[in-house]
Design a protein around this ligand. Structure first.
Ligand SMILES: Nc1ncnc2c1ncn2[C@@H]1O[C@H](COP(=O)(O)OP(=O)(O)OP(=O)(O)O)[C@@H](O)[C@H]1O
Ligand SMILES: [Mg+2]
Length: 317
């Protein structure tokens, strides 16, 4: 067990009668890549803003690098970098000027001279774009510039709130390569994303739902813990018919729609041939489907957790 750089304990945030963050506790290991996941409105941004000392909490505590963030919000600011959800670069300043401005705000030595800034821009793949206006940079590249601006002072913890939203897959990949590099150099990175393939890159994850943490753990460990039986994917034109008749089958533990296909989790020990023959019997005239045994994705895990949490009205883990 490594050292914890962030400790969050019983944190609460209310907006009037509405509880946006509801008694949240978790800790983040130093140097880890930590994923904060949850649907729109789950409370991720509100939580991050409290961890960064930008928003007061109604109850609970946050400690970051030994600092009590809620009592001493100013003290924490030099130790963190924050890339907000709709990050704000100055569109009418060049890439170099943005970095100089944000670096100056954070008191970053490395951005004082042009050579230092050029080296940083180079490290995030912006070589040759120093003098391009931020407003003229394509989405994926401006996101990398925003990352450079948030980390130019080498913060101990980087908070990235949906840094890859709306970015093409190649740019997302490049962005994650950069995040990985930072984590390998010892920076702790706390990131929110709606892309579950990205969550697979994290060492630890917490899943939020309606302001509460409903699951936490490492991606693989969570899959093993939550999904006990095998998972099969059914595709083809017969899949939607099968989905409509699976509900009454006691051997089907869980089923959910994934695009045009259906994922089913069955009782432990069931094999492909057995499942296929049961489905063929159920399908009647709708025999046009394919089935394969798959490794469960985090999406399978989260759908399962949220389903259970909604039906039980409380956290499942
Ligand atoms: N300043 C505010 N006043 C009132 N309600 C707020 C305020 N900020 C957030 N909320 C509400 O708190 C809830 C959590 O919002 P938050 O922005 O933290 O969610 P999120 O998980 O970041 O969502 P998204 O994935 O859409 O960014 C939402 O229902 C939101 O409407
Ligand atoms: Mg948000």
């Amino acid at each position: 067990m490594g050292e914890h750089i962030i400790e969050v304990s019983s944190l609460v945030k209310r907006f009037g009668d509405f509880i946006a963050v509801d008694n949240v506790s978790f800790s983040v290991e130093k140097g880890s890549l930590f994923g904060l996941l949850g649907a729109n409105g789950a409370g991720k941004t509100t939580l991050i803003r409290m961890l960064c000392g930008l928003m007061a909490a109604d109850a609970g505590s946050v400690s970051l690098a030994g600092i009590d963030v809620l009592k001493n919000p100013e003290e924490v600011k030099m130790r963190i970098g924050y890339m907000s959800q709709r990050f704000s670069l100055y569109r009418d300043l060049t890439a170099d000027e943005n970095l100089e401005f944000f670096g100056g705000l954070y008191g970053a030595r490395d951005t004082e001279g042009a050579a230092g800034r050029s080296r940083i821009l180079d490290s995030v793949g912006l070589a040759g774009m120093e003098n391009t206006l931020a407003g003229d940079l394509p989405g994926g590249i401006s996101q990398r510039l925003a990352l450079a601006c948030a980390m130019s002072h080498n913060p101990a913890v980087l908070f990235l709130d949906e840094p890859t939203a709306g970015v093409d897959p190649v740019s997302r990949r490049r962005f994650w390569d950069l995040i990985h590099e930072r984590a390998e150099e010892g920076t702790t990175v706390l990131v929110t994303t709606h892309y579950l393939d990205e969550a697979e890159y994290c060492n630890d994850i917490v899943l939020m739902h309606s302001g509460r943490i409903v699951a936490d753990g490492g991606p693989d460990e969570m899959k093993r813990r939550i999904i006990s039986g095998p998972v099969f994917e059914i595709s083809g034109s017969g899949a939607s018919f099968l989905e409509s008749v699976l509900e009454d089958e006691s051997w089907v533990i869980e089923f959910s729609l994934f695009g045009d296909s259906v994922h089913i989790q069955t009782e432990e020990g069931m094999g492909l041939i057995d499942v296929k023959s049961r489905l063929l019997t159920l399908a009647g005239n709708n025999q046009d489907f394919e089935i394969e045994h798959i490794t469960p994705s985090l999406e399978d895990v989260f759908l399962r957790i949220i389903d259970q949490s909604e039906s039980e009205g409380e956290a499942v883990i």
